[in-house]
Design a binder for this molecule. Structure first.
Ligand code: SAM
Length: 211
């Protein structure tokens, strides 16, 4: 079986003799760049790690994206490099300030200082999307995915990174992941993958709306 193709706008390119994932855009977090392409560091990005693991994300490039848990914009900046309108939700004020700076260089990136548990507070801004990327690293990660499900088109994809320790620091990660999967009402899970060696105790989930 051939490996899944990368979205248009994401390439494997040589940096210092190593093949690295890269997107084209203004540098954001001190990542290596050749002035046009910049390294997408999978150790700093769960979505990058999903691509490195060859997961079938369904991304082809140019999609409309809702990104939950954008922080200072490390990953969502890469997403905006190869996507259409990209709505980036983050509820902490400090990283959102940096996110706003990242958005200045990207006309398709819209930073929203909002709580992903309260989608009604941004429902008037966000259009129906092809992809939800979720990396909130907080308790109630399945709830966040369910609450934002109405934004997702019927043929869309949820790409979620679940952090076990955010749900329960003492629990066995596998039991946390099972619980997350069992609580993902409204979605059908297509693929799961642990993100080691890039990220410890994280499960990546690709899901689509239930039919
Ligand atoms: N996705 C980011 C990246 O790769 O560049 C890193 C995200 S960090 C692991 C998790 C972020 O989710 C934090 O910035 C945190 O403030 C944010 N977050 C947690 N709960 C949230 C919520 N309910 N609404 C919005 N953001 C939330």
């Amino acid at each position: 079986m051939s490996p899944p193709t990368l979205p248009t706008g994401v390439e494997r390119r040589l940096f210092d003799g190593d093949e690295r994932l890269a997107t084209r855009g203004a540098s954001v977090y001190g990542e290596p760049t050749d002035g046009e392409w910049r390294v997408w560091d999978a150790r700093r990005s769960k979505l990058g790690a999903m691509l490195e693991h060859g997961m079938e994300t369904g991304l082809s490039g140019g999609e409309t994206v809702l990104y939950l848990g954008a922080a200072a914009g490390t990953t969502v900046s890469h997403v905006a490099d190869f996507s259409g309108p990209t709505y980036a939700v983050e509820f902490a004020a400090r990283p959102t300030r940096d996110l706003l700076t990242v958005a200045e260089d990207r006309q398709n990136l819209f930073a929203l200082l909002k709580d992903a548990r309260k989608p009604e507070t941004y429902a008037h801004i966000v259009e129906p999307v092809d992809v939800i990327v979720q990396d909130v690293a907080t308790r109630g990660q399945a709830h966040v995915a369910r609450a934002n499900r109405p934004f997702l088109r019927d043929d869309g994809r949820l790409l979620a990174a679940v952090k076990a320790r955010s749900e329960d620091v003492t629990a066995d990660p596998e039991s946390v992941f099972e619980q997350f999967s069992s609580q993902l009402d409204g979605y059908e899970i297509l693929e799961t993958q642990r993100l080691e060696p890039f990220h410890d105790d994280h499960l990546a989930v690709v899901a689509r709306p239930d039919r």
